[in-house]
Ligand binder design. Structure first.
Ligand SMILES: *[C@@H]1O[C@H](CO)[C@@H](O)[C@H](O)[C@H]1NC(C)=O
Ligand SMILES: *[C@@H]1O[C@H](CO)[C@@H](O)[C@H](O)[C@H]1NC(C)=O
Ligand SMILES: *[C@@H]1O[C@H](CO)[C@@H](O)[C@H](O)[C@H]1NC(C)=O
Ligand SMILES: *[C@@H]1O[C@H](CO)[C@@H](O)[C@H](O)[C@H]1NC(C)=O
Length: 402
């Protein structure tokens, strides 16, 4: 019986963490345990970030902290090519002969030196319906950063968790530690959502498995890093998708399609980034989409209040992907932001005329949408809004059945 339970545990194994939205910064935060004794650490979720970094200058106390010595097996996956010394230690972030990286704060686009280190991390396993028993990764690799790197992040946060395509990104380290496929799923909410590492099911009350309604599109790699600071030649760890055109109310909007692909300097294309609270469009794309939207809305007799402020039942916006039949449809719940009882605004931002990336799909447009990033097959699975299936991203049952 015990071994059957163990087998079932292996078959349905994934790990789960909560994700909440900070109402003042609009950043999405997660929490899990690190260090000995365990401390719950709250960090900003950075979908395209390279790895976990935490502030080690303030209150980092742990008996299981291990700095990575220069030339050790931990330095190269971390992308470290510098070696550091520190004379008034030893303590976390102050050790001799340790490898050093440049973790980045992608909200403020700044970077600072960080000691590569390992420490224990713990989180909850799941059968896809409830959290289960606690599992640990004894030597989870991360960067030990200066307190100053926290500037611009939500109150109470001690760092950023990088979910990007990097050898020591969270998805890679968890899949190596628990022997599951390199995939993770994220379901953001205006309040409390959920993130899974590993395979489904992914069940939301009253029993909706988000896996059953996914559309798939290839993920692309931008050969040029988009991080605030990076070793020469490192590709971007961010997730790019291939938007080929945009439709408003099912009618194509005329765009400069050169902007939709990534050029040899790494400029252009479409990425998903939840450190951007709203979707950001290059200036000419922004103008074309908002004009089409206003015209279609006017045709439906929706009163334009000011700028792009519109009523509620609004035209759909489709991001058309690898073919005409594969598109990401953004409905009013994800396009319109309520600013007062009478006024809602189109939740898209003008990204100016020369942004590095032409379309950045931001957090608000992803809420109540289930996204599965499969790094092994370079494929993104996305659902239409879960509201259409009578559930939301806030409906994972976080009551443990361990
Ligand atoms: C690093 O090495 C220097 C010189 O050998 C020594 O004075 C210092 O105490 C060492 N620092 C640590 C943190 O071990
Ligand atoms: C389209 O965008 C590219 C890249 O920014 C630019 O070089 C080109 O001039 C644009 N074409 C038109 C017709 O505006
Ligand atoms: C919009 O309003 C005009 C004038 O009030 C009316 O003739 C038209 O039928 C309305 N259109 C729709 C789509 O409701
Ligand atoms: C949530 O899960 C717990 C533990 O399995 C269960 O007792 C409870 O009924 C579930 N809640 C709902 C609303 O189904």
């Amino acid at each position: 019986m015990a071994s059957l339970q163990y087998l079932l545990f292996l078959l349905f194994f994934a790990v789960v963490v909560p994700v909440s939205k900070d109402t003042s910064t609009l950043q999405y935060l997660t929490i899990f345990n690190q260090r000995t004794p365990f401390v719950p650490i709250r960090v900003v979720v950075d979908l395209g970030g390279r790895y976990l970094w935490v502030d080690c200058e303030r209150d980092y106390v742990s008996s299981t902290y291990h700095p990575a010595r220069c030339g050790s097996a931990q330095c190269s996956p971390a992308g470290a090519n510098e070696c550091g010394d520190c004379f008034d230690g030893p303590r976390p972030r102050c050790n001799n002969n340790t490898c050093v990286v440049e973790p980045g704060n992608t909200v403020t686009n700044t970077a600072g030196p960080g000691e590569v280190a390992q420490d224990v991390v713990s989180l909850q396993s799941t059968n896809g319906r409830n959290p289960g028993r606690v599992v640990t990764v004894p030597r989870f690799l991360f960067a030990c950063a200066p307190t100053s790197l926290l500037q611009g992040l939500a109150n109470g946060v001690v760092g950023m968790a990088g979910f990007g395509r990097h050898r020591i990104g969270l998805p890679s380290q968890f899949s190596a530690a628990f022997s599951f496929r390199r995939k993770f799923s994220i379901c953001l909410s205006s309040a409390n959502g959920v993130i899974f590492f590993g395979d489904g099911p992914y069940v939301f009350l009253p029993g909706v498995d988000a896996l059953e309604s996914l559309t798939f599109t290839p993920l692309f790699i931008n050969p040029i890093s988009t991080a605030p600071s990076f070793p020469l030649g490192e590709p971007s760890a961010e997730y790019f998708i291939g938007v080929k055109s945009i439709k408003v109310n099912e009618k194509p909007v005329s765009l400069n399609t050169t902007l939709l692909s990534i050029n040899s300097e790494g400029v252009g294309g479409t990425k998903i980034s939840i450190v951007n609270p709203y979707t950001t469009l290059e200036a000419s794309i922004f103008k074309a989409v908002t004009e089409a939207f206003i015209n279609k809305a006017a045709a439906r007799n929706i009163t334009r209040v000011a700028g792009t402020r519109l009523g509620a039942a609004v035209p759909s916006i489709d991001l058309v992907l690898q073919n005409e039949n594969t598109f990401w449809r953004i409905f009013g719940a994800n396009s319109m932001v309520k600013v007062s009882r009478e006024v809602t605004c189109l939740g898209f931002v003008n990204g100016g005329s020369n942004p590095q990336t032409s379309i950045v799909i931001g957090g608000y447009q992803l809420e109540d949408t289930f996204l599965q990033f499969d790094l092994a097959t370079s494929r993104l699975g996305f659902s239409s809004t879960l509201l259409g299936r009578q559930t939301t991203c806030a409906n994972f049952n976080f009551t443990s059945n361990a």
